[in-house]
Design a protein around this ligand. Sequence first.
Ligand code: PRP
Length: 173
Amino acid sequence: MSSLRVLISEAQIQARIAEMGAQIAKESSGGPLYLVGILKGACIFLSDLARAIPSPSVRLEFIGISSYGKGKSTSGEVKLTKDLDTMVEGCDVIVVEDIVDSGVTLSYLVQIFRQRNPKSLRIATLLDKPERRMRPVHVDYVGFKIPDEFVVGYGLDFAEDYRNLKDVCVLQE
Ligand code: PRP
């Protein structure tokens, strides 16, 4: 039997996202700001973060990435399953992740985005597990640093389940 323990509550998540949105707005130029959500896990964080940025020119884009396998850790291989719909050359871009774990996904994505010549490229993640890092990545906005425990909820899954939980929870088996 598996059980769930709340690690970060819905209220804590929403309070932190309000702070992150305000900080992003303060540090943005005022032109179009592309928030690029990494499917699928980031979609819930992206929708709350977008609404926390007080600007009319926040634009939403999605990119699909899959790290092979359905297990609890990365296989080290990443593939692009869906590309952007829009050219972001000359624009401010924030890549939005639910979690940075090994850093494999983000380091791959940063390479891809640099080739698109954005005006600026920043990274925002709700969760950061620095202990697990295999590739160095610079993250501009971190919601919460968390210990090396397997977490689900608020977009994060285990074998596609639990994404719709409002809290971030530790999955214990
Ligand atoms: C998860 C998560 C990040 C990535 C982080 O995605 O959403 O994109 O892993 O791990 P890393 O830092 O070790 O690369 P996953 O491939 O599980 O797909 P999902 O978003 O559809 O759940």
